[in-house]
Design a binder for this molecule. Structure first.
Ligand code: ADP
Length: 289
């Protein structure tokens, strides 16, 4: 009888969890085409353009998040997005990834409207390195090869090397077969990030979307991560959500967003020279601190 309360609580938990599961099952699926997912579009260069893009989330139609964004990213260019939290940086990246469609305006890849491409075809050309890297419960090998499941051992090792991850992976007794995730070895923030970078290197995409980590890494691992990112970005179109201005000094273009609008565009030097500019303000706060 003493145990009944516990049993009841567990049943309640299961009911709650099942409801959430049902909600996920009820979500409409994206129009993914299985055959097309294997295809690659030869000659895809990786230019991105936005024309007067407006967007609000379906769940909150009364809150406009992006208000008339114009954007031009040339193939191979590195573009940094800066702005206060809530300015719309992640939303903009979600639109590039085709998680949502603009409510108004157009998105172009290589000069063609996004709708001219299949979803998988576009996403095959992109890789994301998120802020908080999620590792699946499984081996490091599986976690790296996730972007390209049939990759050979050599390809996985070469990707890990380029991501500055090979030395720590090698140091584990099980190497690439080390189990990570909830039930395995817990990797540090910098290590997880390098696994995510290796994943992206292996996928070899034309377009890279990076959400720079805000959580402080120690300076050694920060340098390793930065080096790996620089290798990864070379020659690819990259859009970086930047939190620390020190890392984007060399970006080809910096876009300052405020409340869903582009306020300033230019290089680090150009933006610093704008008297009373938003970027100048952000820079003075960060560099002072
Ligand atoms: P940033 O990345 O610049 O911090 P976000 O793009 O995450 O900004 O958010 C922009 C605005 O959109 C915020 O006001 C936020 O509350 C809102 N928002 C973000 N995600 C969602 C969502 N899934 N549903 C509804 N509103 C959202």
């Amino acid at each position: 009888i003493g145990g009944f309360a516990n049993v009841y609580a567990n049943i309640q938990k299961a009911v709650g969890a099942t409801e959430e599961l049902m909600e996920i099952l009820d979500e409409s699926t994206e129009p993914l085409d299985e055959q097309e997912s294997q295809q690659e579009r030869p000659g895809f260069k990786g230019a991105i353009a936005m024309e007067k893009v407006h967007f609000h989330y379906p769940s909150r139609p009364d809150v406009p998040v992006l208000k008339g964004i114009d954007l031009q990213v040339e193939p191979g260019q590195q573009v940094a997005l800066v702005g206060a939290s809530g300015a719309g940086k992640s939303t903009l990246v979600s639109l590039i990834l085709q998680f949502y469609q603009p409510t108004q305006g157009q998105l172009y890849f290589d000069g063609q409207p996004a709708a001219a491409y299949g979803l998988s075809e576009l996403r095959n050309q992109m890789a994301v390195v998120p802020q908080d890297v999620f590792l699946f419960g499984g081996s490091i090998r599986e976690n790296i090869a996730y972007g390209k499941p049939h990759a050979t051992e050599e390809e996985v090792i070469s990707a890990a090397r380029q991501a500055n991850a090979w030395s720590f992976i090698q140091a584990f007794p099980d190497g690439l077969d080390t189990i990570v995730g909830e039930r395995g070895v817990q990797l540090s923030g910098g290590q997880r990030q390098r696994v995510a970078i290796a994943r992206a290197v292996l996928k070899n995409p034309r377009i890279l979307l990076l959400d720079e980590a805000t959580s402080a890494l120690d300076s050694e691992s920060e340098q390793l991560v930065q080096e790996a990112l620089d290798t990864l970005m070379a020659g690819r179109t990259s859009v970086v959500i930047a939190h620390r201005l020190s890392t984007i000094r060399s970006a080809h273009k910096i876009i300052v967003l405020e409340q869903g609008q582009v306020q300033e565009t230019g290089t680090h030097q150009e933006l610093l020279q704008k008297p009373d500019g938003l970027y100048q303000n952000l820079a003075s706060i960060q560099f002072e601190s």
